[in-house]
Design a protein. Sequence first.
Length: 219
Amino acid sequence: MEKSRKTEEIIVLNKDLVNPNKDFEITVKVPKKIKVGVNRFQTALNCSNCEVTCHYPCNLSLWTGILSLKSSDSLSCKVCPGKCATDDHSNELTRWDYVQEDETRTLYDIRKKYDEAMEKMLNAEELKNALQGEAEQLKFDIIKAMDQITHISNLLKKIALRGDPLTTPEYINLIIEKERKEKKPGHEERIKSLGELLKKARLTRNVTDGGDLAKQLIK
């Protein structure tokens, strides 16, 4: 979302070059995944397939206990994006994290996929609209994923006999507060993106609640 927004801003500022199809370079900040060191008393459980940190800090004794089970080859990590097997995981003194880096591309590189999709050369306004459409689709996909996360989280709380279920807007607010406290590189842009998601999530929730109310009134 950050990348699409920044590219859109540059397109608007340089429309006099975009419309006559003059090529130029565009530099935007993008997140890059790297490994960083951790405290030797707080190891991280990493998946070599997905290149993600599934648990940090990880209880080493608990994980080694799971690995010692006879059926360990059939076990998988439930947190892992790929639900990979235990054999693909290891406790390490590094964890995966993100940093902000400059990425330079040309106008030709950016517009190529949109031109091909529309079967014509787009002007600045059309290219801006295409980028906005892509950002809106990303928002929809992210909120859908967050809805699933909050549903599963609330289900786990129910199983554990804990109350205080979260809504998706509340979940997004928690992430925003976390970003404000940690202040990692690029946090201001992420907070801006999360703010956009929060508005969309609230709107979606209001529409859903209204639909539920209508159903109750009909009954």
